[in-house]
Design a protein around this ligand. Structure first.
Ligand code: T1G
Length: 694
């Protein structure tokens, strides 16, 4: 049973014991009700303590049960809370650590609550696209007031227990032995005559409730355009304010049942589990021993090298930063300091913390200073010959057991590893620019990369707060390999009848932060140009529209040259459609004999997103990625894919692979259709009525 029951001098202790976070799955819920009933029957018991074993009081409802029969099977959480609240003997919730979602709602059903200092308190359901569905929208405002409660419910943010000490949520917030304090408190209230206080009986007092709720609605309207949950949170709280607890509870229930079925909630839950699943590598046991990374060296103090170094400094890990020339090193150091000073200005960092981090940074021009580093990350020029020089030198200098990582975004990690006598210690760590900001880290596993090196880097990624996704070795790994197909389709559509502004607007309406042409103007059109030139040599059968090359031949590299696909005015980063470029595109179509046609926004979105999903399917078939959710995490954290769509693979599942395959077949029969070779797994999964993620 996921619940233990013991008694101590007249106090029954019900302990949730359902690792890893005491999720309130069916057996846990049933165990709590049984414990409450058992305590009622025992005349020796005068009070009840409800507590959690392990790392959490409770992390809330068991999200893995959602949309399965167990989720609504009695006793539901609502029933459990009613049993707790209805106990004739006082129930004291003893919260030693995390009390989140349904876990906090359970505690709110108790008559008293005692928390340890440092416990994480939250109703984070909104972050899963739902809302507190077991009375949280009704009890929390009665416990801590309308404003504080609405802030917590609509943001889903964690508040530390000590910050809520005087709020009416806790009867005591204790340092030291929580169990002892809880037993003493229970004994005390057990001796008192009932009835014992119920949070639901308290009043919500606010001088301007309606006004505040309207203010909350206005705030949410701007921040949560694509997410229905925050709006429903306010509806449920408002219903309780206007019509009382029971009516509010009924509205909460309706809102919950509506939200849990939405594609947005499915996407958010997918991202929640996808983030955690990414660190699980099928053939690398979770208890694989890891190497101790006490010091890091970064080679290259350019934009990437400086950003990479900052990640480790932020985690308190000393960094030796190597450059070949003093002026380059000085520039790199100045950029790092400037970035930190920017954070101090924004209030994200204190001046002391800035100095502490810079004190961990040791600049050098000598490889000799790298000899004690546990991990060395190179971020030098993206050219194999340069990488070869670096890795041959590292092979001489780095201590035995040091991990040698390349930040390459396109080169073959196996070839880089072959420049050393220790390929088992070589791995790819592909950071995304700006490296100190972007969460995504592609960890590229070479054919000889050892399992403990992989496990070490995955653990280190968590420490530097990156979402690490393991990729096998192929051109472009996961993200860039897929984005290449996305860009090909964007270019073909220009040739076939669309213009840059239409393509960007369509995909930005779908939810991308930035369309392909605005993005290219920002990153620099010459970067794509260099990749295409390499592609024309290495893979001539992968044909491209040459329209982008025409643009680059005129020197229009984007914002950095004052013009690219769009025109830019000095000091203004806004992209203005360029008549010159649009005319060039139309002329190019005529030159190639392409018949321009009206391309709908739907076709634009389908071709861009299905190009991603189709390439993602091939990446799965080749074993470059081990699961579809990994691919989704790459796109959600590295490429601006809209979170409420869940990633290209989940979106394809939502559309239905049957429909995706039909669309691919349709595009394959149109001009430039040779780019559409459907991944075989799409048809196979469609026939089985399955998706990539189920
Ligand atoms: N359900 C199922 N599994 C969960 C879970 C949950 N609520 N929370 C965590 N896990 C798993 C997670 O997938 C991972 O699994 C392991 O536990 C450790 O998690 C009615 C309906 C609690 C702060 O949104 O924020 O209550 O990968 O790596 O860093 O109103 O987990 O090991 O197999 O994150 O120590 C609301 C979500 C649910 C809290 C712990 N609750 N969880 O963080 O460990 S909806 C939440 C978290 C609800 C009610 C509604 C964190 C944590 P695996 P972890 P951690």
């Amino acid at each position: 049973m996921a619940v233990d029951y013991t008694t101590h001098d007249g106090v029954a202790v019900i302990t949730l014991n359902n690792p890893p976070v005491n999720g309130l799955g069916l057996s846990t819920r049933a165990g709590i009700v049984e414990g409450i009933e058992r305590a009622q029957q025992d005349p020796a018991v005068t009070a009840i303590v409800l507590t959690g074993a392990g790392k959490a009081f409770s992390g809330g409802a068991d999200i893995t049960e959602f949309n399965t029969p167990k989720a609504t099977q009695e006793p539901t959480l609502g029933t459990v809370i009613k049993a707790v609240e209805g106990s004739a003997k006082p129930v004291v919730a003893a919260i030693h650590s995390v009390a989140m979602g349904g876990g906090l709602e359970l505690a709110l059903g108790a008559h008293y609550r005692i928390a340890a200092v440092g416990a994480q308190i939250a109703l984070p359901e909104v972050k899963l696209g739902i809302l507190p569905g077991a009375g949280g929208t009704q009890r929390l405002p009665r416990a801590i007031g309308l404003e504080a409660a609405l802030n917590m419910i609509v943001s889903g943010n964690v508040v530390m227990s000590e910050k809520l000490a005087g709020s009416g949520l806790f009867d005591e917030v204790v340092e030291g032995d929580l169990a002892k304090a809880a037993l003493a408190f229970a004994t005390k209230v057990g001796a008192q005559k009932g009835p014992h206080p119920k949070v639901r009986d308290r009043k919500i007092v606010h001088a301007e409730a309606q006004g505040f709720i309207q203010f909350a609605r206005n705030t949410v309207a701007t921040l949560a355009k694509q997410f229905p949950a925050p709006h429903k949170c306010i509806d449920a709280v408002e219903a309780g304010v206007l019509n009382g607890f029971d009516k509010g509870l009924a509205v909460e229930r309706e809102c919950f049942m509506a939200l849990v079925q939405t594609p947005e909630s499915r996407a958010l839950r997918h991202a929640f589990f996808g983030e955690r699943a990414a660190s699980k590598i099928p053939d690398v046991p979770s208890d694989t021993p890891v190497r101790d990374i006490k010091s890091v060296a970064v080679i290259g103090a350019g934009t990437m090298g400086g950003g990479i170094a900052m990640n480790f400094l932020n985690a308190g890990i000393p960094v030796t930063l190597l450059e070949t020339k003093q002026d380059a090193l000085d520039r790199g150091l100045a950029t790092i300091r400037k970035n930190y000073e920017g954070n101090v200005k924004k209030g994200k960092l204190t001046a002391d913390a800035l100095e502490q981090r810079l004190a961990l940074l040791r600049p050098t021009l000598s490889y000799d200073d790298l000899k004690n580093a546990d991990l060395i990350v190179e971020a030098v020029f993206e050219e194999l010959g340069v990488k070869e020089q670096v890795f041959r030198q590292l092979d001489e200098v780095a201590k035995s057991g040091a991990i040698l990582a390349s930040n390459t975004s396109t080169l073959d990690v196996n070839r880089i590893a072959a420049f050393t006598k220790r390929p088992q210690d070589v791995i790819g760590m592909h950071f995304f620019s700006p490296a100190n900001v972007m969460k995504l880290l592609e960890v590229v596993r070479g054919e000889h990369t050892s399992k403990d090196v992989l496990a070490t880097v995955m653990k280190l990624a968590k420490k530097i707060r990156k979402t690490a996704v393991v990729s096998g070795v192929c051109d472009g790994f996961i993200g860039n390999r897929m984005v290449e197909q996305y860009i090909r389709q964007a270019l073909f559509m220009l040739e076939e009848g669309a213009l840059p502004a239409q393509v960007d607007k369509a995909i930005e309406k779908f939810g991308f932060a930035m369309g392909p042409f605005r993005m290219s103007d920002l990153a620099g059109n010459d970067i794509g140009w260099a990749i295409r030139k390499r592609r024309y040599q290495e893979q001539p059968d992968m044909h491209y529209s040459k329209i982008a090359d025409r643009l680059c031949e005129t020197g229009r590299f984007g914002q950095k040259t004052g013009g690219g696909w769009y025109d830019y005015k000095a000091g203004d980063r806004n992209a203005h459609p360029s008549k010159l470029v649009d005319d060039m595109i139309v002329a190019y179509s005529q030159e190639t004999g392409a018949t321009r046609r009206k391309i709908s926004d739907d076709e634009i979105v389908e071709r861009l997103v299905f190009a991603l999903a189709n390439e993602g399917a091939k990446i799965l078939e080749e074993g470059i990625a081990s699961k579809a959710s990994d691919i989704d995490m790459v796109y959600l954290t590295g490429y601006g894919f809209p979170l409420y769509r869940g990633g290209p693979m989940l979106y394809a599942d939502t559309v239905g692979l049957y429909n995706v395959e039909r669309a691919i077949r349709r595009y394959a029969s149109q001009p430039n259709g040779d780019a559409w070779k459907a991944a075989s797994s799409i048809g196979e999964l469609a026939q089985q009525g399955r998706g990539f993620n189920r």
